[in-house]
Design a protein around this ligand. Structure first.
Ligand SMILES: [Zn+2]
Length: 75
């Protein structure tokens, strides 16, 4: 089984297998422990997982639901 998780450091969406304990972020290199981060979606096949990730990315592009730890003030 596969899960889609979000990197706790940079917010990048990552695809991870549930039988692995950690996942290194493809964007910032941060190694996240899958058990400790929020799972955004689950899939049974790699194809399903990729499709799910596309949907989540499209959703994230349309609506900002990710709040970074620190935010810049002003433009
Ligand atoms: Zn990252």
């Amino acid at each position: 089984m596969y899960v889609v998780v979000r990197c706790p450091r940079c917010g990048e969406l990552l695809l991870a297998k549930t039988d692995s304990r950690t996942r290194s972020c493809t964007s910032c290199g941060h190694r996240a422990e899958i058990a400790t981060i929020r799972v955004l979606g689950r899939a049974n096949t790699p194809g399903e997982a990729v499709e799910l990730m596309k949907q989540l990315k499209a959703k994230a592009a349309g609506k900002e639901d990710y709040t970074p730890g620190f935010r810049r003030l002003g433009p």
